[in-house]
Design a protein around this ligand. Structure first.
Ligand code: GTP
Ligand code: MG
Length: 199
């Protein structure tokens, strides 16, 4: 999709604040600092629409980005960051659970994992959780610019095997630095959100 118009519609902390427009939604989940906000910025060709930070735990609400008045990207707080207080973690988990369990326009989830490492236990749990709610999942292996090309096949195998990836789900290696993988992510998003391809 060629994106000309993007707008942060709302940073929501609870259900009553979710937009009522009815566009299909795709959510972006993954551990803190994995690159969720950077992926969103790359997809929409903006440098800093979604706030990124080298300090984990930057995103603290459900952020609904209106993309071309056709769909929402929903950026959620990352998990697995020890320095976020226990109370804050519980609050984020409840926020994400409320969203996943009740949100009708939700069409699928992009689960980000760091391509440099074997997926963590938290990543595996999140994948199982998304499958429990019957969400189509695109796994995105981020920061692939920091891994060697020679290890690509091994990286792919490691992620697929550790998550026990369903045949119906897909894996794309991605870099917010180089843009590698962007077109493949868009193809999945358009298909999953039920939008016309490549317009
Ligand atoms: P939270 O909002 O804290 O959950 O983090 P996030 O998942 O949104 O991560 P964010 O996009 O803020 O990125 C975290 C850090 O990783 C930043 O310093 C980014 O510049 C860096 N980063 C993200 N994606 C990539 C990538 O593809 N390659 C490289 N080299 N660095 C990346
Ligand atoms: Mg973020």
């Amino acid at each position: 999709m060629k994106v000309n118009h993007v707008e942060l519609t709302i940073s929501a902390a609870s259900k009553t604040q979710y937009p009522a427009t009815g566009y299909p939604e795709i959510t972006f989940v993954g551990r803190s600092n994995v690159g969720k906000s950077s992926l969103i910025n790359r997809l929409i060709d903006r440098k800093a629409m979604a706030r990124t930070s080298s300090v984990p735990g930057k995103t603290q609400t459900l952020n609904f980005y209106d993309i071309e008045s056709q769909l929402y990207f929903v950026d959620v707080p990352g998990y697995g960051y020890a320095k976020v207080s226990k109370a804050a973690r519980a609050k984020f988990a409840a926020m994400i659970e409320e969203y996943l369990t009740t949100r009708k326009p939700l069409r699928g989830a992009v689960l980000l994992v760091d391509a440099r490492h074997v997926p963590s236990e938290d990543d595996v749990s999140m994948y199982q959780y998304l499958k429990y709610f019957n969400q189509p999942v695109l796994v995105v292996g981020t920061k692939v610019d920091k891994t060697s090309r020679a290890r690509r096949a091994q990286t792919i195998h490691q992620i697929e095997a550790t998550l026990d990836l369903n045949q119906t789900d897909q894996l794309v290696l991605f870099s917010a630095e180089t843009g590698e993988g962007k077109d493949a992510v868009w193809a999945w998003l358009e298909h999953t959100a039920g939008l016309p391809a490549g317009d």
